[in-house]
Every structure is written in structure tokens, then in C-alpha cells.
Design a protein around this ligand. Sequence first.
Ligand code: FAD
Length: 318
Amino acid sequence: MKVTEHIKNAKGKTLISFEILPPLKGKKIKNLYDVLDPLMEFKPPFIDVTYHREEYLYKIRPSGYYEKTSIRKRPGTVGICAAIKYRYGVDAVPHLICGGFTVEETENALIDLNYLGINNILALRGDARKFERNFVPTAGGHNYAIDMVKQLKSMNDGQYLDHSIVNGENTDFCIGVAGYPEKHFEAPNMKSDFYWLKEKIKAGADYIVTQMFFDNQKYFDFVDLCRANGINVPIIPGLKPITRAKQMTSIPRTFFIDMPDDLVDAVRQCKDQDAVKEVGIEWCIQQSKELKAKGAPCLHYYTMGNVETFRRIAATVA
Ligand code: FAD
């Protein structure tokens, strides 16, 4: 079922969904099931699986020169989505990224997903490669998420890259895109970032999942901004608790997100990491409760494999 249908069928009840990372290359899929099995009691209607662009590694050769090799450390997103669907009977949402793929490779991945009956996609540009300051598009690939949204929409209309294909199968992908209540870090200002978000919706996106935030007011203001500007698709809040003190500086640096004063003060008073984790979990629970009370369609938790933390949060909020 599509993410938007799950939301519609919930008739105003707030759903709970999880986002997971594929295991590191060489690890068993059981590692993933160990994360997901305990979360199934919360009956997530869908589970997102992230995608990770290849990274460059530099190996020193006997000659003393460095050799640059490219590796993908967490492959397997499509296979994992199929495994989730098969094992749990739960809809899986693969994140597809522009970086690292030509448009034809993207089309082929979408054809595989269509054959597997996986019809939800979160269409993203993707992060920059590790050790690269900026996102570098792949030759022959998309530059921005909106280009992938347009490709998905074309396939839903039965149009493939090879225009000689007539009567091509109409896929039926439900298209999600990312939204940034505190603006995307590269955007010159909120107005510009919002312009491009609106373009993604106009191009055919069906719902938005937000970047994490720690101040619910940012999400409420963002929803108000969307509604006032004719964006009426579901806006799913993405949530992640603080688990370590150093995240108080690393998260704002990486994602350009502001930390609320009360959270900063509470973490500052913690004596050790366990205390920080407790503060983070409690903050996330309170955020979740308020979002639920104010009618958020779904609470989407970025688990990062942190199963016990999310079991506690979901058990309190569900
Ligand atoms: P876009 O929508 O393409 O926007 C990127 C920037 O360009 C923005 O500043 C925007 O304002 C601007 N812009 C957009 N379109 C245009 C245009 N046509 N012309 C000029 N400027 C434009 N990353 C991963 O690598 N893997 C994941 O699995 C993953 N999952 C994510 C899940 C969620 C819910 C979120 C919020 C983010 C996720 N990311 C993931 C991170 C994401 O890939 C990065 O934030 C990336 O930098 C931007 O992706 P986007 O899809 O928002 O890009």
C-alpha cells in the first residue's frame, strides 16, 4: 500500500514508522532483523531504508603512491526492502539518491522495484561523498531530487527514457521528498529552499518527510507555511533523540539545525553519557506526544540501529 493510503486509512490517528540503515557490507541481514524484530510490536505501516553513496578510499601502495578506490559500504537497499516486505508483510520505502547513478541506472532500479511490488520511493538528491565538501552529480545522472521526481512521474505515465517504447507499463509509485523546517544547509535562504520544495510537489511528489528538528514550533511553522502556499500533501515529521553530548554541536554543524535552550541547558547539567541519553529520550518522547496531540500524520523515527532507545520511545508514545 502507498504511504499516502496508510495515512488516509488511519483517519487522523498518528502512525509510527522507522528508518533503518542497510548493514555494513559483509554483515549478515540477521543484524537488521535484530533491529526490526523488536520494533514490529508497534505495527509500523512502512519502514524506510536509506541509501548510501559510494565513498573513496585511499590505499597506500608499495611504491608509496596512494591508490584511490571507490566502495559502497552499505549496499543492498533494494534487496533489504524486498526482504522486509517478505518477512514482515510491511511496506518498505527505499530511499533513492541521484548521486552515483545515471538516469538509466535509476530507471532500471525502479523497474526492479516495480517488479517486486515496492511502490513507495523517497526521492532524494543524496549527501556529498565523505571527504567532499559539496555534492558532485554523477555524469549522466540527476542533479537535484526534482529531476528524479519528474522521472518517477514519467514512468507513472508510462513514459520511459527510451522514447521508442510505446504502451509502456504505467508504474504506480507514491513519491516522497525531503523537506527542511529549518532550511536545507546549502539554500541561500528559506524562501529559496521553499521555492524548490514547492517545485518538487508541483512535479508530482505525494508527501514530505522532514529533516530532524528539536523544537516542534519549527515543524508547526513549516506546516503552516506549506498550507498557506498551497502545499496540501502529508508532512511527516522526522525525529531523532540526542544520545551523546557531542551531538549538541555535531548536529547543528552538519544539518544547520538549532538546539532549543532548554535542551542545551539540560544536556549541560548531565554528569555522564547515560544521563545525556535519558535527557535525549525524554525530549523526544515529549516532542512525539505534542506532535501526536496536534495531529501529525505519522512520527518517523531515524533509528540508526538504536533499537532499545526507539522501543522505549515508541512504547511511551504509541
Ligand atoms: P534537493 O531537493 O535536490 O535540494 C538540494 C538543495 O538544492 C537545496 O538547497 C534546494 O533548495 C536546492 N535545489 C533543489 N532543486 C534545485 C534546482 N532545480 N535548482 C537549484 N537549486 C535547487 N541522504 C542520503 O545520501 N541517503 C539517504 O537515504 C537520505 N535520506 C534522507 C531522508 C530524509 C527524510 C531527509 C530529510 C534527508 C535524507 N538524506 C539522505 C539527506 C539528503 O540527501 C540531503 O539533505 C541532500 O543534501 C539534499 O537532498 P534533497 O533531496 O533534499 O535535495
